[in-house]
Design a protein around this ligand. Sequence first.
Ligand code: ADP
Ligand code: ZN
Ligand code: ZN
Length: 748
Amino acid sequence: MSAVQNQTEYAVVAVEAPLTTLYHYRIPENLRGAVLPGSRVFAPFGGRKIRGFCVEVTAACPLPASRVRDLLAAGPEGEIVSAELLKLTRWAADYYHCGWGAMLAAAVPAGVRKNQQVREYFFVRRVAPTAELSAFKQTVRANAKGQLAVCDFFLRDSVEPSPEFSQSALCAELGITTATLKPLVEKKLLAVIAKKYARPPTTVITPAAKNIALTDEQQTALTQITAALDAGKFAPFLLYGITGSGKTEVYLRAMRRALDQHKTVLILVPEISLTPQTVGRFQLVAGEVVSLHSHLADSERAEAWRRLCAGEVRVVVGARSAVFSPLPHLGLIIVDEEHEHTFKQESYPRYHGRDVAVMRASAENAVIILGSATPSLESWHNARRGKYELLTLTERPGGARVPQTTVVDLAEEFREVQKSVTFSRALLRELAACLDRREQAIIFLNRRGFNTEVRCKNCGENLTCENCAISLTYHRDEKLLRCHYCDYATAPPTLCPLCGSAALQFTGTGTERAEKIIGELLPTARLLRMDSDTMSGRDAHGKALTAFAAGEYDILLGTQMVTKGFDFPRVTLVGVLAADGAINLPDFRAAEKTFQLITQVIGRAGRADKAGRAIIQAFQPEHYSVRCALGQNFDEFAQIELATREPLAYPPFGRLARIVVSGDQVTARATADEIGAALKTVAPKPGQILGPAPCVLEKLQGAYRFHLLVKAPSPTELRRILAAAAKFYAINQERLQVGVDIDPLSMM
Ligand code: ADP
Ligand code: ZN
Ligand code: ZN
């Protein structure tokens, strides 16, 4: 053995813990060559064993040899984080003030179990041009229904190369057996491809692609994107297109182009289980896509990871953590509904999937499209000052019109009918008319449960969760009061726990009660309720949406879930029960959130040839967020909102960090005070450090919470200020926790 080989090697390890320090370990003889930069490793840590990632292999160690311990084991061979991903996660960890190892753990799926059973699955695709298949179809006998169905299926679009469809799903869809496919395979019109998977792959048969001619606006947008793809350099676009303006169509063609250039494509969507239709559209153009979401088992995630690394699949559609997907030769990133808050991870390690995506595109010379009908003001501001290129779609193609909207002033309704109502007269009238026309309606209410409040009429006590100081919601089906934060549940008391009075009043309306009201007022309506109480199964959403699309229901009633990205041609009415419920929350984004919500939900109506209507019930119909949303007037809203934020240096005009200290009341308060004092010593201007103050959600899961906001003109300046209290950020004890949130979205 030569001297070089004998030299001791050390691994620099980022451990899977909320720690920013990196640790050195000796690579023992038996792990030589198995531990590389990017390998998962197991190491001794204090008295326990910890998981982590090797980020560097080096011959130099800053510690005396006696203090360095040996690595215990290395992760599965071949499962290595690429150099690009190491760089990206390192940047993200640094930017968001969290541990590199924790960020890597969020990015990389837990390893595959050894000896996984791999099975073969079969896929079918068209391999001959459509003309040849047409010619063949002419020769098929009229009573060979199965063969004709197969021909029609593969003739429905002329996309080249033809996408692959799961053989079993295809046979089920067409009601045929594999024997029917055989003659077409023998004639080399179709091919059957075997692929190995540890888990059955997703096997969706998507509706046929429409042969669509792009509108001028779509074409202009696409031309610019294509030029950027051809140039092969980093180019960020903001695609601002009203709801139903055909943004997805632009994404699809951009993706096609990137695939033709032999590049890979990353598509981020806010919540994948809510957008099966969108995934289907991508699948139709790209063939097999990997879809990554939170409901995947570890082994499925690992399988997807492996296929991507191997280059077997070139398109990922996924939720925020998919931003870290191992895609070699990344050409295009699409962030659909870029304004959505679900892109932000609200637990450690906190990061914003969209912002990491922009960083990734820039590091890997990719094109990125941020698309929305209601862009975040951050992205809008970036477009206005030329950091992003703005592409606009102002019309719905094919003559579909933006719905006609009516606002109902709930205070006025109360005066006129002498009681508070869930459904105004105007909304009920429209609902009945919609049902008469045999069309469909979507009704949105952002509260689940039956009653949202239980109050004592005698002493005014509002029943709250013991752990969270949050109003308990009454769930009538279950006969339980539930806390929507910690899921504490208890039987409703008959007497007020404070004064013993029997005058308990159940008030406020959630989806469960709204469902019951509709049942009473419109007894013939077939209603589908969609909230996290009714949609608990793994594929509950998908099934419910399919049933609604098939016309098995007249009304879709639900929480946030019903406002996202659907395209149901028969929906001609949208009702919002309390549009401005969140408008007065102490959050500088309250108006923006209200505007986005109303605009998006209105956009669900009238997406095909039928005209749509929207009835918006609100307590403050004159508020600019409501008024601009009614007119789908983003420009005006942005103008007013930006003018409000600029003098206060709120984003996008400045940077924010939020520090939340939680724990027992006295210690948390004292620590928050100490952090505040430390930060104030380095903050040059008064008003740069806000707080500490109790959070709006003052007590959660038994812990009291205090927060501070740090404002700074730039990210660099923000870092400088935050550094003054750095020693506090790693505190993570049972009775005291400190969390730093960079570019926070939640202010609660
Ligand atoms: P968005 O993503 O902006 O909400 P979509 O891409 O889903 O909009 O388009 C809305 C509807 O309009 C879809 O049914 C789509 O097939 C259709 N569509 C899109 N572009 C065109 C076009 N150029 N001509 C006709 N129909 C189109
Ligand atoms: Zn009482
Ligand atoms: Zn609770």
